[in-house]
Write a protein that binds this ligand. Sequence first.
Ligand code: MG
Length: 280
Amino acid sequence: MPILDKSELAVMCWAGRDPLETLRELVGLGVRCGQLGIPGDYDLKDAARPWKAAAAELDFRIYTVFAAYSGESYADVATVRETVGFVPLATRAEREARTMQVSRFAYDIGAYSIATHVGCIPSDQSDPSYGAVLETVRRICDLAAQFDQNFALETGQEPAAELLHFLHSAGRGNLGINFDPANMILYGTGDPVEAVKLLKDDLLSVHCKDGKWPTASGALGMEMPLGQGDVKWTEFLKALEEAGYRGPLSVERETDDAQRRLLDIRAGLAMLKELQLFGH
Ligand code: MG
């Protein structure tokens, strides 16, 4: 039986260049839908109209809009803890406000969900930032619900069981998971296949990204082109199939080399297509 034959292949891309040019590049890769990341310094004023027009012209569906924030750094695990998402107190309020703007933008372009890295959720629930991040997430969910959106938490910066507990504690029906198997590996937070089994009821979207396990304590692993890292793709896609996931599979590649990125995404899409066709 083919693996995930009903899942559409997609690409994770970032805003920054001309919207039509950006989406045309994705259509050139053979996909008709994708996820759009919004850098923290991207000017959202009047941004929705050109994105909506570009998507309409190319018959392209942007199904998730990701919020990233100014001041975030992914240098190593300690820096991620200090700078990413809603955990740092100094930027928490402004990032919540920014996420609300991204939610509005997503509504204006007709996206189905918003998503973000909320940061490294503390494993100690008595840590004051745990409750504060939980409240932030609840407020964002409530706003997103008014726009008929889901809110997806990206996996990887904490073990799946802790993420699941956080998600259930939030108690919001429109809160779910954007599952990224590479992040589980890069942060050393657990086997992605086991994590899918645990998070199966809350999967909203999936990143197809690859990476190698960290080789030193406190370091992040290395992100890699699809098929060249430690994600066991056949097992991972089977786990998604068994979890009942039928949404898009978005190839994500994080290198700054635009040419390389495009080539790797093209190869990644071809690999997934082959697995879908022949993954018995
Ligand atoms: Mg990701």
